[in-house]
Design a protein around this ligand. Structure first.
Ligand code: GDC
Length: 336
């Protein structure tokens, strides 16, 4: 990444964006950061950044203001969460389309050089994910369109909007489809947390209370691939530097069932044989999901390196520390 470029990160108070800003600052770039959340709810907050707290990017005048003085835009902003959130807040999720639309229009007006959009594996056709073990999803498997209801439709539509801004106006776009990114400085409680953080928290709570049982959504046989956040940032920056304007998977191919992931977390925690209370009425999402990473390997000459066990160990330690830390502000991680 050219050090002389000034970079706008939208959704800067969020999980992935916080890690991204850290890397961009290490590279020596100037950063402008904004988020709808007030200061106290940002996961990471860096001093040497022009921060805009409580700034709603659904409002085009805000988009115009912050794109005015930057070269590159990273749109990491959306109203989102794990299955517990996106299955019950479809209208909320779909309104994120305003962020991407207004930011693209403002980027065009202010002649932004390159625009990144953070899409999701939820953009994939759900009928291709109805078995426990599936072949990794290739980029073309998003069509014919039948994505996750609400959240996935917004992501697929916004991807397409990027494509047309590229085709019609020549804006350089880069689009990543993230596959369940996890790690420290992310939500682990309050309703928006995804499975890795939620299950770390539940195991930590069970250990603390000597409970012996944890609640698990679904039968636990559903599968996913998970990617550690540092790997995600690396893949994102490589994609950004590439010439690829098509959507690209940024994920791992270490496909595990939720039950297998719990076993890994139990090992990390030092306890074993927790009983699982499988809650079949809770949000489950697709039955099986896995990322095919051939396109990223070919175009970026890149693949993830960190095993799920290693990534979960780091995540577990961070969550455990947050849960036991004096003065830990749990609400920081739960605010919408
Ligand atoms: O929430 P999530 O990580 O989202 O859930 C994965 C699986 O883990 C689901 O089948 C869920 O039922 C199961 N699960 C079991 N127990 C729990 O306590 C729990 N909490 C949670 N959250 N899940 C539990 C996600 C989207 C994201 C993002 C990624 C991209 O879908 O929610 O917004 O876009 O996909 O890959 P998941 O993987 O279905």
């Amino acid at each position: 990444m050219d050090k002389n470029k000034t970079i706008l990160v939208v959704g800067a108070g969020g999980f992935i964006a916080g890690h991204l800003i850290k890397r961009i600052l290490e590279n020596g770039n100037k950063v402008v950061a904004c988020d709808i959340k007030p200061k106290e709810f940002w996961f990471q907050d860096f001093d040497n950044v022009e921060n805009h707290y409580s700034m709603d990017m659904k409002d085009i005048s805000n988009c115009m203001k912050v794109t005015n003085k930057v070269n590159y835009v990273f749109n990491m902003a959306c109203n989102m969460g794990g299955m517990g959130f996106i299955e019950n807040n479809k209208a909320e999720c779909m309104q994120s389309v305003l962020i991407n639309t207004n930011l693209l229009i403002a980027s065009k007006e202010n002649k932004i050089e390159k625009y990144f959009f953070s899409s999701s594996a939820c953009a994939y056709n759900i009928s291709k994910q109805d078995k426990v073990f599936i072949e990794g999803l290739k980029e073309e498997d998003a069509y014919p369109a039948d994505p996750e209801d609400g959240y996935g439709w917004e992501k697929l539509f916004s991807e397409r909007m990027c494509r047309h801004f590229f085709e019609d106006y020549g804006i350089q776009v880069r689009i990543a489809r993230y596959h369940n990114i996890y790690g420290p400085y992310g939500t682990y409680d309050g309703g928006r947390e995804k499975a890795p953080a939620a299950l770390c928290r539940k195991v930590i709570e069970a250990k603390k209370k000597n409970a012996g049982t944890i609640d698990v959504w679904g039968d636990g046989n559903q599968t996913r691939t998970f990617l550690y956040v540092d790997e995600c940032v690396e893949g994102t920056l490589r994609l950004f530097d590439s010439n690829c304007s098509d959507p690209m998977n940024i994920g791992s191919d270490e496909q595990v069932s939720i039950n297998q992931m719990i076993e890994i977390i139990e090992n990390i925690s030092g306890i074993s044989n927790l009983k699982k209370n499988h809650q079949l009425d809770k949000p489950k999402g697709v039955r099986g999901r896995s990322s095919n990473n051939d396109f990223a390997k070919k175009v970026l000459n890149w693949s993830y390196k960190m095993s799920l066990k290693e990534g979960l160990t780091k995540t577990f330690k961070w969550i455990e520390n947050e849960m036991t830390r004096e003065g830990s502000n749990i609400s920081r991680f739960t605010k919408s």
